[in-house]
Design a protein around this ligand. Sequence first.
Ligand SMILES: Cc1ncc(COP(=O)(O)O)c(C=O)c1O
Length: 371
Amino acid sequence: MAYKVPFVNYPEHYRRIWNEVIDAISEALSKGDLILRGQLRQFEKATASFIGVEYAVGLNSGTDAMFLSLKAAGIGPGDEVITVAHTFIATIATIVHCGATPILVDVGEDMNMDVEQLEPKVSPKTKAIIPVYLNGRLCNMEKLMAIADEYDLIVIEDAAQALGASFNGRKAGSFGLTGCFSLYPAKMLGAAGDGGFATTNNEEIGEKIRLLRDHGQQRTTGKILSYGFNSRLDNIQAAILDAKIKYLPKWIERRREIARIYQEGLSDIVGVKLPPPPTTTGPYYDVYQNYVIRVKDRDELVKFLEKKGVETMVSWRIPNHLQPSLNFKHFSLPKTERLSNEVVSLPIYPELTDEQIHYVIDVIRDFFEHQ
Ligand SMILES: Cc1ncc(COP(=O)(O)O)c(C=O)c1O
């Protein structure tokens, strides 16, 4: 079905930057620059500078950015890592894949880790915290970093959804030992496929992640310094991303503008709970990777929007701690459970037209007026 308002619009995204992207691909192909070449180094430099950190390491995904960060930090069996259940499963899976134990805490009204609930979960086995910056908004990093400092815990930021977001003027990816970003096509900065990167100010950790992404090979000497993985960011993807990154500030501004229009159009509808509006003062600078509203009759609204040609997404219908195959039933997370019944993500991306945004608002208004 062709949606009047699709949830993403990749053809339009690429139509607008077609020549630059094709030029980047052509250059890489004509030079034969396919694996770990100059375009990747250039992209790593550009992202490190954008975020305000010393190092960025291009990787195949946000998932491996977290997995390799945990590995580089020495997290393993017997260790506990605190995170949230209200996240994409990748966050929790990487902890499990390291052999460590995930400890899940509930979220607050901003849908992010309720930092007040963090301290009671710290045990002698706790080694790290993974705050997740859901929908493009950071957690309360002042409190979180204070607790991490007090208990000497490593912080690995799941910033998959928050490239360009900041707290007290500091960007996501510059607080923890590492910041982990996804370059999945629908993300703030999307590859033409999968991709990700990790940021750090710690040279040794940066080097470890570089080694881990390439099977522990020191290519100049032929030495294998450790067992590793194949988690490299493809050079062609890096070339495309490097061509796109200059647009990121403009794309962030457009997302914030769309959030503003949704806020103005929906704020008076009783029955719709909106995310925090975009502000220019205060500690939080949101980038609105997602625009998530909360509605009691969520499934009915989703059906209505679908019928009217508006594609939406629900993240997530089943909370991770209640997924039967994951064995997390011992966690009681009432706010997370409530969210999974109420959340729906509306279309938000730079290519969305004002007309489309107003159409979505009108359909939601229509739903509530005729219920
Ligand atoms: C919060 C969160 N964490 C981790 C990831 C994993 O990133 P990737 O899909 O690039 O592996 C995602 C991606 O959707 C995400 O949204």
